[in-house]
Design a binder for this molecule. Structure first.
Ligand code: FES
Length: 249
């Protein structure tokens, strides 16, 4: 099995490399992380119960939409939006192209013996990312609202561990969303000169904020992925009575 490097006639066997470091650790950890998250999310989304307790609502079920006669879990109605946002994210594309399709598995390592044709045919859906970004911004607002509600215990202000868990979830999701490449392009992609553009000062400031988060986009992608799953698990375990939500105030 071999691949031909584009633009050359040199044929390289799959995984051939001169790298001497443990290059396979990254793609393998990525594959395990994404697989674990997908399995847990699918299971949790299909449960359709134990997604809320007191003022807490699992982010997998927010916003909670339960139409009359809908026979399946309400999570199915909303999870396609944040799921699509992550699936088409430029960082995640790189990571799962490497981890699952070996196209290539890592820098300077020969790719799997199939032709990479770019993001055409079936992969054309990746172009929907900018539209998923608009929806993701809406989810930032919704999850922030959920975080605020998580401090309301029967009409009085209180702080439980769950309040902090859901607040951090909103913060991490916002940090991931604000660093989106589509957002960065939207803010400054078509501007050559901020001082000449209308609202240039404000746009430059916003561009700097987006760039700040964009620089650590991979880190925010993983932190927010782990925490959103943890938030669901926390609310679920409290709701099932397996653990008790500790009140701080
Ligand atoms: Fe990663 Fe847009 S590029 S969320």
């Amino acid at each position: 099995m071999s691949e031909t490097t584009p633009g050359s006639s040199v044929s390289r066997p799959f995984l051939e490399t001169r790298r001497e470091d443990n290059w396979w650790v990254g793609p393998m950890a990525t594959a395990m992380g994404l697989l674990a998250f997908t399995v847990y999310t699918t299971w949790a989304a299909l449960q359709g119960e134990h997604y809320s307790w007191g003022p807490y609502l699992s982010p997998f079920y927010s916003p909670l939409i339960k139409p009359e006669g809908w026979p399946l879990s309400p999570a199915i109605l909303i999870l396609w939006a944040p799921g699509g946002f992550r699936l088409t994210c430029y960082y995640y594309r790189k990571s799962y192209y490497r981890a699952f399709m070996a196209m290539p598995p890592a820098c300077a390592v020969a790719a799997a013996p199939h032709k990479y044709r770019g993001e055409r045919a079936l992969f054309i859906f990746q172009n929907l990312h900018r539209f998923f970004f608009y929806l993701a911004m809406l989810f930032v607002v919704i999850l922030t609202y959920d975080a605020i509600i998580a401090f309301n215990f029967d009409g009085s202000f209180g702080i439980g561990v769950g309040s902090i868990v859901l607040t951090l979830n909103a913060v991490f999701i916002a940090a991931f969303t604000f660093g989106c490449n589509s957002f960065r392009h939207l803010v400054g992609g078509n501007v050559d000169c901020y001082s000449c553009a209308s609202m240039g000062k404000q746009r430059h400031l916003l561009w700097r904020v987006v760039t700040f988060f964009n620089k650590k986009h991979m880190e925010w992608a993983w932190i927010s992925l782990f925490w959103v799953g943890f938030s669901d698990a926390y609310v679920r375990l409290v709701s099932m009575g397996i653990i008790t939500d500790m009140r701080i105030l």
